[in-house]
Design a protein around this ligand. Structure first.
Ligand code: ADP
Ligand code: MG
Length: 665
């Protein structure tokens, strides 16, 4: 297939801008779907009330009169003949349009109608008039230097040049069954719709395709896992387990014990473990993971624990070493900051078996790492398919058991579908002595009160997380708001407290540094976009302030809230929002992550269980598991049948689908 740079019009500069917003291939480009449409339905003069918005087309009847004011301001007036009468048009500060607004030109005028004066005060004038009554304009996520128009042009050029080559993942029999148009047509329509009905129609088709692919993957992996009887068979030393548990500084909860039992079942059977351990933030999953590593060690195998960021890796490492200190186990730490020399030593130790446990990032299961006998991989949240599928892991032919930890509680019915290829252990019960986090919803007008609450905590020597308002369209303006917020907070709290910022566009080293400073209380207020590292433990942070809280799903809010309340002091969460307060009030009373995620599913709106930072596989481009659950169930059924009916060798599409699974890391 051709590359992005082969599309006519895309030069090196636009290429790098496209890459910046995650578009790297032609397929990425043509599936960069509009996040909304502007629908310009043309009005009749007589049907629009005084002071209301109007969109009307007509012919310019008089030469526009241009008036210039001080400070470079200007205004233009002209008369417009429409099918429902003549109307005056005024527009401010568009002197540059004058040469285009000739008598006899067809335009669309968008503005506000003043009935008594029979004048439209226009906010926009469009020169491209279509023959039909509705003009629908797709609106894309852009970035500075790359306009909506650019993106639309590139997409259409790509469709024109390579539309035929774009993979279509719906088998013909289902295209026919549901009367779907083919992929190319669907893409053409979604990017250039003529009616709202058409958008709806092809949206369903594109969602179905995405969900079909996803469910095919799940069903395929499930089928493969079932076939595999080549897992390690271990015999667990119960006595040593008991001794270990007795020495813990706390008693395990019932749910933790059950999870451990389920895991032992896997370790002892010839099936490969492929288990998801889910539980609320702070429910105590990590110790279950550590115990699993200890059991695996007792059986003579190596363990790898992976986390997505350096700071989490460090945290896990120091906790693990703490729990295991009396056992004389060789635990290695491998991160981006590990020196080359150390790295080589670790690689050597992993290969000859002198290192029994290693904590690090995804790099731990890359091809160049050779294990002596890796029996267990535990991973935090991400990369859910990659690990299990990594057939070429250099590991003496052993296929390690895999345990995934997730802090996103998912209602059981959904979990069964989405994690259909895995076994699931759930920790619901919270460790004793956990404090409830006081949660309040505040309006933006009540900001002074919020600042006072913050100040009180700062005076007690505590620290604060602030989640900055979110801005959808441009990452640059996003940063502006974060910086503005920092200035405001500085004004409010003077120089007494150090305030710093982390955001998604920062290099990870710089981000980790600030997180580290926050951990060490060198920074008291940490302002961030939603990237606050999942799972970071700062017990001294007692306040979480979330601006524009209505933009987040309840589950995300719950996760964010879980960053505080980790020490012995009472903690608070302040949700700032001027809308949707009824939904947000659920957070004031509800404390159980599972109940909250159920609510999230029930309510419509911005719920995002599979929010931005979750595993890549969940990041659908057009479908949403929550809103399109019915389509998902149908896709599940169809893909299962398709998988079972078709011979792989003779079915090209099936081959493609399987290949697309293998590519995932
Ligand atoms: P999770 O990984 O599920 O977010 P953690 O494993 O980090 O939660 O646990 C949070 C804290 O609770 C840790 O400090 C851990 O040592 C502690 N903890 C775990 N299990 C228990 C328990 N049964 N009783 C009391 N404290 C516990
Ligand atoms: Mg096993």
């Amino acid at each position: 297939m051709a590359e992005l740079k082969d599309v006519k019009g895309i030069g090196p500069k636009s290429l790098s801008l496209l890459n910046k917003i995650g578009i790297n291939t032609i397929e990425d480009l043509v599936t960069h779907y509009p996040f909304r449409y502007d629908v310009l339905q043309r009005d009749d003069l007589s049907k629009v009330a005084d002071g209301e918005k109007i969109v009307i087309d007509g012919k310019i009847e008089s030469i526009p009169v241009l008036m210039r004011f001080k400070a470079g301001l200007n205004k233009m007036n002209f008369r417009l003949v429409t099918s429902s009468g003549i109307v005056g048009v005024s527009i401010f500060n568009r002197a540059f349009l004058k040469s285009k607004l000739l008598v006899g030109t067809d335009v669309i005028v968008i503005g506000k109608l003043d009935k008594s004066k029979n004048v439209i005060t226009a906010s926009d004038i469009k020169l491209d008039v279509l023959s039909n009554k509705v003009k629908i304009e797709p609106i894309y996520h852009c970035t500075s230097g790359l306009t909506n128009k650019n993106i639309s042009t590139y997409i259409n050029m790509a469709l024109l040049m390579y539309g035929r080559e774009i993979a279509d993942y719906i088998p013909l029999e289902y295209q026919e069954k549901y009367n779907f148009v083919n992929k190319r047509t669907a893409l053409n329509i979604i990017h250039n719709p003529s009616t709202v009905e058409k958008i709806k129609e092809v949206t369903i088709r594109l969602k179905y395709e995405e969900l079909f692919q996803f469910m095919f993957k799940i069903n395929y992996l499930k089928q493969q896992n079932k076939k595999e009887k080549n897992g390690l068979v271990r015999s667990i030393d119960r006595k040593k387990l008991e001794e270990f548990v007795k020495k813990l500084p706390f008693a395990l909860t019932m749910d933790q014990k059950n999870a451990i039992e389920e895991i032992i079942g896997d370790l002892e059977s010839s099936h490969r473990m492929n288990r998801l351990l889910q539980g609320d933030v702070g429910s105590g999953k990590t110790i279950v993971a550590f115990i699993t590593m200890y059991l695996n060690y007792l059986c003579g195998y190596q363990s790898a624990l992976m986390a997505p960021t350096e700071i989490l890796v460090n945290q896990h490492y120091s906790n693990l070493v703490g729990f295991l200190k009396e056992f004389n186990i060789n635990v290695a730490l491998l991160t981006g900051s590990t020196s080359k020399k150390e790295k080589n030593e670790i690689y050597k130790g992993l290969q000859d078996g002198t290192i029994q446990m290693v904590v690090g990032t995804h790099a731990l299961i890359q091809d160049e790492v050779v294990y002596h006998n890796l029996g267990l991989v535990i991973t935090d949240e991400q990369h859910r398919f990659g690990v299990h599928q990594r057939a070429n892991l250099q590991n003496k032919g052993i296929k390690p058991d895999v345990l995934y930890m997730s802090a996103t509680p998912i209602p059981r019915t959904y979990a069964l579908t989405i994690f259909g290829d895995m076994d699931v252990s759930t920790i619901k019960e919270r460790p004793k002595g956990r404090q409830k986090i006081d949660t309040v919803v505040k309006k933006t007008t009540e900001i002074t009160e919020v600042l006072e609450m913050m100040y009180k905590e700062l005076k007690k020597g505590h620290q604060i997380y602030v989640i900055a308002p979110l801005i959808e369209e441009s990452e640059n303006s996003d940063l502006t708001t974060v910086n503005e917020l920092k200035e405001q907070m500085k004004l409010a709290f003077k120089e007494k407290y150090r305030i710093d910022i982390v955001h998604g566009k920062m290099a990870s080293g710089a981000k980790d540094l600030i997180m580290e400073q926050f951990k060490n209380n060198e920074v008291q207020i940490l302002i961030s976009t939603t990237v606050v590292e999942v799972g970071v433990d700062v017990p001294n942070a007692t306040v979480m302030v979330i601006f524009d809280a209505d933009r987040f799903g309840l589950s995300t809010l719950h996760q964010l809230r879980g960053r505080v309340g980790r020490g012995s002091s009472k903690s608070q969460c302040i949700l700032i929002s001027d809308s949707d307060t009824k939904r947000l009030k659920i957070m004031e009373v509800e404390d159980d992550g599972f109940a909250i995620s159920e609510e999230d599913f029930k309510l419509r709106g911005h719920g995002d269980l599979f929010g931005t930072k979750q595993s890549g596989d969940m990041a659908f481009k057009i479908a949403s598991i929550k809103n399109d659950y019915k389509i998902l169930l149908q896709a599940k059924k169809d893909s299962k049948k398709y998988l079972e009916d078709k011979e792989t060798d003779s079915d090209l599409l099936k081959k493609d689908l399987i290949q697309s699974i293998m590519k995932i890391d």
